[in-house]
Design a protein around this ligand. Structure first.
Ligand SMILES: Cc1cc2nc3c(=O)[nH]c(=O)nc-3n(C[C@H](O)[C@H](O)[C@H](O)COP(=O)(O)OP(=O)(O)OC[C@H]3O[C@@H](n4cnc5c(N)ncnc54)[C@H](O)[C@@H]3O)c2cc1C
Length: 383
């Protein structure tokens, strides 16, 4: 008699969850029952939110429901994960308890706009669909003035995104003839843009900001936002439009899992993505992976994707002894939009010792076309 299918449960249907579930079905077919638990009915591709913000994409064009995953044989369960019980090998959701043989946690990072006073009331951000749509509407009605782009705290998703936000707003205001009447400034607790990628990449992005007359204020801690005023530890900054990347928190559902580091993010082996619990893996933004330079592997879709490929292969190898295991090697690349129809590209080995080995290539129309092609590949191939 054939063995009963192994129960593989994937928590979260974002970039990591979709890739791991798809690959497991491709490799194992009926030898596994793959269930993906996701609270939303549809998924929006986050890199495209920045284009939506400046009116270059519609919500419909960059969002998909989960029918593609279902066609691939993945069972998609619409539920909110509440807790993980590794002793009982089960997950509690608002729709009941689900048992697993293998578990992959891909719940992402939670945006916590309420954690910094005034952010929810007085600032915008493009970090989810509703926020990006509100910012698009605010920009459409903006007649020029002082724009601040702030980073509330570290870590946050996509090291390049706040800088891309500032440069895309610069391009938007230029196209509308409003740039001469506007100032744009970035405030960040970081010493340089994208410090994990090293000083060359950081100084290069800072130079791109300077070339567009975008003010850059490093090591600026934001205390809060009031109507028309960004409060920083160095003083008050008046604004007419504020964009503040909100604080990010580990998902509540992992808080009692016993799998986290002291900061509450999931702790894993950086090559296998195994947690300390048997048959439990974690990938993507919910995970904290320390690097040789004392920083953390950035929270970026390219890493969630690479980790998902490795985890899917390794779970499949355990279920089907004829497959071989692989390691996640820490390689990644990221496009940096500059708002003038161009993009730079940062790429390299983030696991390199003693420092990540990352290069940044100058902005060009070719890399912008590459980012559009990457978006189309994702929307057609995965979603
Ligand atoms: C504006 C913006 C631009 C970006 N640009 C880039 C880029 O150019 N390149 C790049 O590599 N990365 C980029 N990123 C980062 C990238 O989107 C994330 O790093 C990536 O999505 C992380 O994948 P993930 O699977 O870990 O989490 P996510 O994709 O966030 O997915 C997590 C999923 O879990 C679900 N979930 C959460 N909690 C629960 C719960 N309790 N129960 C059920 N479901 C739950 C969520 O609904 C979500 O679908 C960008 C992000 C933003 C916001």
């Amino acid at each position: 008699m054939p063995d009963a299918p192994q129960q593989v449960v994937v928590l979260g249907g974002g970039i990591g969850g979709q890739v791991v579930a798809t690959r497991l079905m491709q490799r194992l077919g009926t030898r596994a029952r793959v269930r993906l638990i996701e609270r939303s009915h549809a998924y929006t591709f986050p890199p495209s939110l920045l284009w939506l913000m400046v009116g270059d994409r519609s919500a419909q064009a960059i969002s998909r429901d989960y029918s593609t995953l279902r066609r691939r044989g993945v069972e998609v369960m619409r539920a909110t994960v509440e807790a993980i019980d590794t002793a009982a090998s089960s997950v509690r959701t608002d729709q009941g308890t689900v048992a697993y043989d293998y578990l992959v946690i891909a719940l992402g990072a939670t945006l916590d706009r309420g954690a910094l006073p005034g952010v929810a009331e007085h600032a915008h951000d493009p970090y989810d669909l509703a926020g990006a749509a509100r910012l698009r509407d605010a920009l459409a009605g903006f007649g020029g003035g002082r724009v601040v782009v702030g980073i509330a705290s570290l870590p946050y998703k996509c090291p390049a995104a706040p800088y891309e936000t500032a440069m895309l707003i610069d391009g938007f205001l230029r196209r509308r003839g409003l740039r001469d009447r506007s100032e744009i400034s970035v405030y960040t607790p970081e010493p340089l843009p994208m410090p994990v990628a090293g000083p060359f990449a950081g100084h290069s992005v800072a130079a791109e900001l300077a070339a567009r007359s975008i003010g850059f204020n490093p090591t600026s801690q934001i205390d809060g936002v009031e109507a028309g005023v960004l409060r920083t530890q160095r003083g008050d900054v008046p604004f007419d439009l504020a964009v503040v990347i909100p604080p990010h928190r580990p998902p509540q559902a992992i808080a009692e899992s016993g799998l986290t580091n002291p900061a509450g993010w999931l702790a894993v082996d950086r090559q296998t993505l195994r947690t300390r619990a048997s048959n439990v893996y974690a990938i993507g933004d919910a995970v904290a992976i320390p690097l040789e330079n004392g920083m953390l592997l950035p929270k970026a879709g390219v890493f969630a994707h690479g980790q998902a490929e490795a985890v899917a292969q390794n779970i499949a190898a355990q279920i089907d002894g004829s497959l071989t295991e692989v390691a996640f090697a820490g390689h990644g690349l990221c496009f940096v939009e500059t708002g003038d129809g161009k993009a730079g590209i940062a790429s390299g080995d983030f696991y390199a010792s003693p420092l990540p080995d990352v290069s940044l290539r100058r902005p060009s129309r070719l890399w912008h076309a590459g980012k559009v092609a990457f978006e189309q590949y994702w929307l057609r191939r995965w979603l």
